[in-house]
Design a protein around this ligand. Sequence first.
Ligand code: G1P
Length: 292
Amino acid sequence: MAYPKLRKAVFPAAGLGTRFLPATKSIPKEMLCLVDKPLIQYGVEEAVAAGCTEIIIVTGRDKGAMEDHFDSSPELEAALAAKNKQSLLDVVRSVSKLAKTVYTRQAEPLGLGHAVLMAKDIVGDEPFCVLLPDDIVDARVPCLKQMVEAFYETQSSILASEVIEGPAISAYGVLDCTPMPQNPRLLAVKGMVEKPKFEEAPSQNAIIGRYILTPRIFAMIESIKPGASGELQLTDAIKALLQHEKVYGFHYEGKRHDAGDKLGFLKATVEFALKRDDLGPPFREWLKNLPV
Ligand code: G1P
């Protein structure tokens, strides 16, 4: 029997954002902007483009700015309307109309698996997507949309994957996998390890922050013990899922930016600004004259 259509996307967003202090002392890191759009909005737009209609954001303390961002803002809208600023009004309104957005809290930072578990009752017994807001994927066809097609084809959990060379692999969940002959973008997964030592990594195929998961994952999260960093790791739960179901890695087409890292954030900002019709040309000219 085929799974129902994918409708729900979960965004773990309860982290403290320590890599971006002091900015994240009072601003949720998911609200940091690439050019003029918060990181979380890039992810929400990607989920909507992939067909999701319900956005579930797992938040924590001091994350209210995210809720305000996706809500309507009557005072701002009235002020823009009074000044005839129609295009800005459209921008502001479109954000609150993107999708139905619901929030649930993760009271303690017990890991990514635990954050996803917080969405269990809202997701229910259907497959769903998980997007990590730090990972921004710039792609012609949105990354999650590519994955949704692979999900409907395989009827199995799909994990976005990127080849990472060298010791940097230790910052990721890493797949033990073999490419599928009939579809070179798909990887048949045999196992996986969260943040392995470089010498112990089973491959160069890192897991990237886009997942499509079957609902059995919740029972798997409930069954595992704390792993790397003493946290309930989503990677360990997906590994447990492999005992029951097939799981596939997916080499998406596109470029990922690690916007949770300062250098990655800067690179993404420059690339996104250069692509803009309004900012690209003058920004390019200005960059050319920098003494680098
Ligand atoms: C998380 C996951 C890891 C994955 C990574 C992708 O790690 O635990 O498996 O490879 O996201 O960005 P984090 O970056 O939260 O340490």
